[in-house]
Design a protein around this ligand. Structure first.
Ligand SMILES: NC(=O)C1=CN([C@@H]2O[C@H](COP(=O)(O)OP(=O)(O)OC[C@H]3O[C@@H](n4cnc5c(N)ncnc54)[C@H](OP(=O)(O)O)[C@@H]3O)[C@@H](O)[C@H]2O)C=CC1
Ligand SMILES: CC(C)(CO)C(=O)C(=O)O
Length: 332
């Protein structure tokens, strides 16, 4: 099948290399140093899915009309990336590989002739240098759209993408996006202090802040009428219990998540952007919690503060002292 992939970083690079290896005709849209590296040396994938060097077609914008499109940019780049490729892709099925709550809605608005789906990646991957990707976790990703049943097209797309990585079509994708948003509360604190998730959960103060952001996210989700779909060992019942626990007891939940997923060495995709000197998608992660809170006429002070701290790191170009993160506990 002809597959167009927009954005060839950590996840786009993983999908492009593995779909190409599986025999699909892959073209990637990439820019700057990433495009130049892929043109010169292909995509070099290592880690959980094995070592692959994939020579794939690459251009600033897709040049061939694909039969399936994967949008693999960070959330803040998705609108411009889709708009730049709109003529080639409108009408084809689109899978938006993205954290946060907005990816499928953005694509559907910009591509009225396409059926758009979301993919929640449970893969973790590092885009250490242009064209070079290392996979550190390989769990089964989830694909769907909206809040209804998965439907036959989602099942077909999940089977097709499973040529590359394990993907399951699911009902109530919206509920799963919320559970993933809760999970992504692990991104901000290590990004602010510049450490691994293992170091954060080993530090009782930083763990308390991470826990407070996660608990606040769950509380806002509950206020928004969300039913959390099971993901990463978290489900609706356990998250509702978590939301009402005192902070000191609640810390066991993110701590167990990190060890269950073997994420001790993981720094998260937000910190990867910072290390490359690029803007982060924090406004679509912790920032989404703040927006959802305001729709429910509530406040999300912990997530607002962490969003602001990540923006401070973007501006400073270096991590902040852990004391700045501990200050957030005064808001709990
Ligand atoms: N990495 C991970 O382990 C995980 C990531 N995710 C989520 O998946 C999504 C993708 O993340 P990830 O792969 O890490 O992101 P990366 O930043 O590694 O890759 C995104 C790529 O998109 C490119 N891009 C942006 N705009 C355009 C454009 N207009 N045309 C072509 N290329 C463009 C960027 O290029 P440039 O450098 O030029 O900006 C970059 O190479 C995010 O929502 C993330 O949160 C989810 C789970 C795990
Ligand atoms: C869950 C996690 C942390 C996996 O790496 C992720 O989604 C990210 O890095 O954005």
């Amino acid at each position: 099948m002809r597959i167009g992939i927009i954005g060839a970083g950590a996840l786009g690079g993983t999908f492009a290399a593995l779909l190409s290896q599986a025999g699909h005709e892959v073209e990637v849209a990439a820019r700057g140093t990433v495009r130049a590296a892929i043109q010169a040396r292909g995509i070099r994938l290592s880690g959980g899915f094995g070592d692959v060097i994939a020579e794939v077609a690459v251009a600033e914008r897709l040049t061939v009309r694909p039969e399936l499109v994967l949008v693999c940019t960070k959330a803040q780049d998705a609108e411009a990336a889709i708009a730049a490729n709109r003529e080639r892709i409108d009408g084809a099925p689109v899978v938006v590989v993205q954290n946060g709550l907005e990816g499928v809605d953005t694509a559907s608005r910009l591509l009225p002739r396409s059926r758009c789906f979301g993919l929640l990646s449970l893969i973790a991957a590092d885009h250490s240098e242009p064209g070079v990707v290392h996979v550190t976790a390989t769990a089964e990703s989830r694909l769907g759209r909206g809040d209804g049943s998965a439907g036959p097209e989602a099942v077909r797309l999940a089977a097709l993408l499973s040529d590359a990585v394990p993907v399951l079509a699911i009902d109530d994708f919206r509920g799963a996006q919320w559970t993933k948003l809760v999970v992504n509360m692990v991104n901000a604190v290590p990004a602010i202090v510049g450490s691994t998730l293992g170091d954060v959960v080993a530090d009782s103060g930083l763990l308390a802040v991470l826990t407070a952001s996660m608990r606040e996210c769950v509380r806002i989700g509950i206020a928004r009428g969300v039913r959390f779909v099971a993901l990463n060992g978290l489900d609706d019942a356990s998250l509702r219990d978590f939301a009402s626990l005192p902070l000191a007891e609640a810390t066991a939940v993110p701590s167990a998540l990190v060890s269950r997923m073997s994420w001790e060495q993981n720094r998260g995709s937000t910190q990867q952007s910072l290390r490359r000197g690029q803007p982060t998608e924090i406004d679509y992660l912790n920032g989404a919690v703040v927006r959802e809170a305001s729709i429910a006429a509530l406040a999300a002070p912990v997530n607002a503060a962490l969003t602001a701290l990540v923006h401070e790191v973007e501006a400073a170009g270096r991590p902040l002292p852990r004391a700045r993160v501990l200050d957030v506990l005064a808001l709990v």
